[in-house]
Design a protein around this ligand. Structure first.
Ligand code: KG4
Ligand code: ZN
Length: 329
């Protein structure tokens, strides 16, 4: 038995085939390069590209997996949250496939799929219950996960998501998009305390828009005196990154401690960040167990959607009906 996954919530058009947690294929086309000059995702461009590529990506995923369509038991599709136009392409494609192939489909919450990503291509027993962290371009959220069908939101960002501030700060410094990748690259541990920037956190809720403003103010203030040299820029960006990743790790540690849960599972694009991974791994010295996705599955992909769909279908024969609608952010 196999599951097919479809992911189109943002700018990646992705289809995957999994058998249990083994990823047979995972093909993704990203429209990222068309958004670069705007410094962020333009929904209209994303939607048009999903429409252009969804059938091709689907055919590739099926053919390269060498599976017979009749052996697909369930079609998992991201139906929330995300950009409405983008989600609509995936959801309607999944409904059409479901009708044509006479197979059930299951709407998947994109954030829940991110929490499944560390368990792809391995046999690690699911560390249930666990505290989940999703850190991405649209989300900074902490969850209590008793099972993949019982996920409770504990806290989130009250303004910008962590990835969003990476993108906005990078943009102010004339770096490329997505900004987190560039800031991660220039980060230097020697300079992480050069400036003192602070992010907001109250319990399990975060606030990142203040740090973004503070960083941009600092840049403008220094630039009034003289053109910034490379070292000063690296000092600002390293201190910025340090404050964001430290705040995230403090939040997840506090949540796990308060709940008395030792297992912490992370997912989302920002979890590709080297310093964030290092700080999360350091929690192991305090007795926590940390589960991180491999880098290939940090950013948006259909394998995680197929994986969680397989799990839920196998467990409870959960399926969706045709009334399922895409739900935007
Ligand atoms: O999960 P994702 O692919 O899409 C969303 O669902 O949002 O996450 C994309 C976000 C972007 O904001 C990007 O800047 C950030 O993940 N990101 C990183 C790194 N790689 C990607 N942030 C920090 N460090 C990285 N290495
Ligand atoms: Zn995502």
């Amino acid at each position: 038995m196999y599951a097919l996954g479809i992911e189109t919530s943002c700018d990646e058009t992705s289809c995957a085939v999994v058998r249990n947690r083994e990823v047979l294929t995972n093909f993704t086309v990203s429209s990222l390069r068309y958004h670069r000059k705007y410094g962020g995702i333009v929904p209209e461009i994303a939607t048009r590209n999903h429409l252009k590529f969804i059938d091709k990506v689907f055919l590739l995923a099926i053919r390269k997996a060498k599976v017979d369509l009749k052996d697909i038991k369930v079609i998992g599709v991201t139906y929330k949250p995300g950009l409405l136009g983008s989600l609509l392409v995936g959801v309607n494609f999944a409904k059409a496939l479901s009708l044509a192939l006479d197979k059930p489909f299951l709407g998947i919450n994109h954030l829940h799929a991110h929490l499944f990503s560390p368990f792809l291509n391995n046999q690690i027993p699911f560390p249930l219950p666990f505290v989940g962290l999703v850190a991405s371009g649209g989300h900074t959220e902490i969850f209590l996960v008793k099972d993949f069908s019982q996920i409770k939101l504990l806290g989130s960002t009250t303004d910008d998501a962590c990835g969003e501030v990476f993108d906005k700060v990078a943009r102010a410094f004339g770096l490329g998009y997505p900004g987190g990748v560039y800031i991660d690259k220039v980060y230097s541990p020697d300079f992480r305390e050069s400036f003192s920037f602070r992010c907001g956190r109250k319990g399990f809720n975060f606030s990142f828009s203040g740090v973004k403003t503070a960083v941009i103010y600092k840049k403008n203030e220094l630039e009034k005196k003289q053109k910034l040299d490379r070292e000063t820029k690296i000092k600002i960006l390293s201190s910025f990154q340090e404050s964001v990743v430290k705040t995230i790790v403090e939040g997840i540690e506090e949540a796990a401690t308060k709940l008395g849960i030792r297992n912490i599972v992370c997912g989302g694009g920002v979890v590709a960040n080297r310093r964030l991974r290092e700080l999360l791994r350091n929690l192991e010295k305090k007795g926590f167990k940390i589960f991180l996705p491999s880098l290939a599955y940090t950013t948006d992909n259909a394998a995680m959607v197929a994986g969680i769909a397989f799990y839920l279908y196998n467990r409870k024969r959960e399926t969706s009906n045709f009334k399922l609608e895409a739900e935007a952010n």
